[in-house]
Write a protein that binds this ligand. Structure first.
Ligand code: ZN
Length: 244
């Protein structure tokens, strides 16, 4: 199976459309979203509609559950809190909140495991920042060998070899080798924070045992303009231009 795995769309429709167009060249059969479909940008309804109509599945991100009233918004900074309140007021039960509330924290299939932040404590939405969090998530993987996450908005791959040693790669392509274990952070579609403002997305070919993290340009000014027009904090648009 060729999987299109992406995360942190954050209501950025222009970025999501660019990624879905790029996936058309990739012969993807299933789409897996690692959470945070909403929050920050101006098109939550359209982004939920697009993601929910794809063949595949999605797990819950902290912004998804906060908008749905399932995660307390005091855990967020003021920009994020304002965007969550706006998102909540924009969506109805049938135009997104019901879908977001029903998202599960973890998805497992024979080819992969998917969670938003970490696998060892998905309900806490902690960040996969380094090897100590990775060690706990590798332990939670059990017999499975590859876990996909998002949440940090920075793509990268942490690899654990047979002896337990870990190393990190920043992106690009990676061959999946039997006996090793992998945590793949697919980065962010709608708000990258690695100083590359292009949308990030991942292709995982489970038969060819290859993971690739890719980038695609999109109309950032249009997305940023809509953020300002809707009364969301202008900073949330400005940061898209710099990828920070
Ligand atoms: Zn996010």
């Amino acid at each position: 199976m060729r999987y299109g795995i992406f995360s942190d769309v954050h209501s950025n429709l222009e970025a999501l459309e660019a990624v879905l167009k790029a996936y058309e060249q990739e012969k993807v059969g299933q789409y897996y979203c690692a959470g945070d479909i909403v929050g920050y940008a101006a098109d939550p309804r359209e982004c939920v509609a697009k993601v929910s109509s794809l063949p595949g599945t999605a797990v819950a991100g902290n912004h998804d559950w906060a908008a749905a009233g399932l995660f307390p918004s005091e855990y967020f900074n003021s920009f994020a809190r304002q965007a969550i309140a706006w998102t909540k007021s924009t969506l109805s039960e049938s135009s997104g909140l019901g879908y977001l509330a029903a998202l599960q924290l973890v998805c497992r299939n024979p080819d992969l495991v998917l969670a938003h932040g970490t696998l060892h404590g998905p309900q806490f939405f902690d960040y996969m920042l380094g090897f100590s969090e990775a060690a706990a998530t590798f332990a939670a993987l059990g017999q499975d060998n590859i876990c996909f996450v998002g949440h940090t908005h920075v793509a990268g791959i942490i690899i654990r070899d047979e002896s337990g040693g870990m190393r990190q790669e920043t992106g690009g392509s990676c061959r999946i080798v039997k006996g090793k274990k992998y945590i793949v952070n697919v980065g962010s579609v709608g708000q990258p924070r690695d100083r590359d403002p292009r949308a990030a997305y991942c292709v995982y070919d489970s038969e060819a045992s290859m993971v690739s993290i890719k980038r695609v340009a999109y109309d950032i000014r249009k997305a940023a303009g809509k953020i300002a027009e809707n009364g969301l904090p202008a900073y949330l648009g400005e940061r898209l231009l710099t990828g920070t």
